[in-house]
Design a protein around this ligand. Sequence first.
Ligand SMILES: [Fe+2]
Ligand SMILES: [Fe+2]
Length: 495
Amino acid sequence: MTHALPPDLRRRRFLRNGAYGSSALLLPAWLGGCGNSGGGQPVAPVEPPVLPPVTPPPPKFAPRGTHLSWTADPLTTRTATWFTDGEDAPVSAIEFGPVSAGMSAADIASAPLPGRAEASTSATPGVASFTHKASAAGLDPNLPMRYRVGSAQAWSPVRVVRPTPAGEEFRFCHFGDHGIGPSSSTVLRAAAARQPDFLLIAGDLSYANGDQPLWDDYVNALEADYAASGILLTAPGNHEEEDNNGATYRNRFACKTSTLSPDGTFYSFDLGRCHFVISTGGCFATDGTLASEIAFLETDLAQAALRRAAGEIDFIIVSQHFTIWTDNEGRNPNNPTLVLLQENIFVRYGVDLLAVGHDHIYQRSQPMAFGQPNPLGYVQVTAGTGGKGFYVLLPQSAWSAFGLQDSHVFTEYSISRGAITAVSRSVDPATGATAVIDEFSIPRRSLGAANAAVQPVRSLARLGQSFDANYELLARRTRAANRMKLAACAQPSHV
Ligand SMILES: [Fe+2]
Ligand SMILES: [Fe+2]
């Protein structure tokens, strides 16, 4: 059985192939051509050209652009997303097994893989390709996983992924505003070299901006530099909205889904003694889920605060693309009402860390709330420095603890019982050399502060009254603000 492309994409494929084919008609100068007959003059001998080596084309249905994420239990599952090219696609699957003690490299590469899960397959938006997603489940949390993806026609190499730490200690890296190109690859490789248990990219991933083949370049670079053998989690950004309000993002990435978030654009999960929430920050306001997401933030964070006060977890960590506060020149809240609403929820339930991007600067706040330092507030880390060009950092506000412009930076967080210890490193785009530019830690809240964050869940209607937030109007205004942001991003000064 194969899946077939719709006719419009077959035509696009044909046109693409035609364009490639026509390049073969560009004859080299030494063969002469129209108006270059030599006019009867003696012709100097010409050295035959040295032709580049011919690279055989990949086999049909060769998997590419593979990246891994968690869509269920981080300890016992991994979800792979990959792509095949062509006008149809085979039945595809992930095959997996443990790396057992004593296995040699040859065993790892060739021993039978006992687990198998068939992939869901769908046409990739705007290109003649197919997206495949499959989850390996029932993994031994103490052993690395080896796996391959593909089909009977073509398999990927067998790759190995480290086990997710089952205890209280783990590490993750974070940056946003990634893009495609040498700087983007250098930052990704520098973060990968830290061997984090997962990497969190806080939106503005490819900057394809609707040019769908660029997404292929992006996922192929992800595979090459990190994500076929490491866990990648993502939050969407305003540039993901460019692709049919996130249709491409939804297709090309696999995130944890729920009743309120059937496409996984916002989600939460636990790891160690941390609770993580990934929010859209309103960047997909056209899809009609903004009110659902606010209800999700309110209920999910209220439950997390309760669990923290009960001693089940130590920290609540939120990530989204948009900042709540910033000292980036010329930037303001995406939608002031939405930001006020979000910040009220974050402060009410005692969010400890907010990891964001969007502004292409590095800035880390003191614990803060409502634009003022506040020991009961959250630490915001803006690392919109994953590879794109830089913006201007203004003189810093009272809430700011550290800021830096004109450097590619990623932040690594080490979690242990009762403490988050973080190190931010700049990356030299030419050499890949890293240097520590900022260090900070976030201690666990006192029991009194944790108890103070245990608050009753408010209904959407009550929240709406408090913030004068008609949700339909809120979505409409956020959508309009997103459009203005994207228009601003199209200016030459915003790269
Ligand atoms: Fe950006
Ligand atoms: Fe952005």
